[in-house]
Design a protein around this ligand. Structure first.
Ligand code: AMP
Ligand code: ZN
Length: 113
């Protein structure tokens, strides 16, 4: 998609703080975090929203969850939240599917002090 902000981030036409990328996904820090740790996970493929996911995207969407797990583990998060906003009424502002990964602490060890 020519004018999609997140497609431009995936193509590196717009700069972002990328923490992970592979052939299918780009993971970068949210520019306006709602939690101390806040990443956005996007597929390189332009999909408008969860409401636009098709049968052919099943494997990609499963891999998106596994990518979230991998990135959370690599940051040693003890716990985290994953969410999609879907549609304007659901709080979606950017029309390229993205999974929010948030955590209260940037590098929880899971160990008690
Ligand atoms: P949503 O409301 O689910 O569409 O979330 C869009 C998210 O994208 C918001 O949390 C924004 O802070 C974030 N965002 C918008 N522009 C950028 C950008 N250029 N780089 C990183 N995050 C962005
Ligand atoms: Zn896009």
């Amino acid at each position: 998609m020519e004018n999609c902000l997140f497609c431009k981030i995936a193509r590196k036409e717009v700069s972002s703080d990328i923490v992970f990328e592979d052939e299918n996904f780009v993971v970068f820090r949210d520019i306006n975090p709602i939690a101390p740790f806040h990443l956005l996970l996007i597929p390189r493929k332009h999909i408008h929203s969860i409401d636009h996911v098709k049968e052919e995207d099943k494997i990609l969407m499963g891999d998106l969850i596994l990518t979230a797990q991998k990135v959370a583990r690599s940051h040693k998060l003890a716990g985290y939240k994953l969410h999609f906003n879907v549609g304007r009424q659901g709080g979606q502002v950017i029309d390229h599917i993205h999974l929010h990964l948030t955590a209260d602490l940037p590098a929880q060890t899971g160990r008690k002090p």
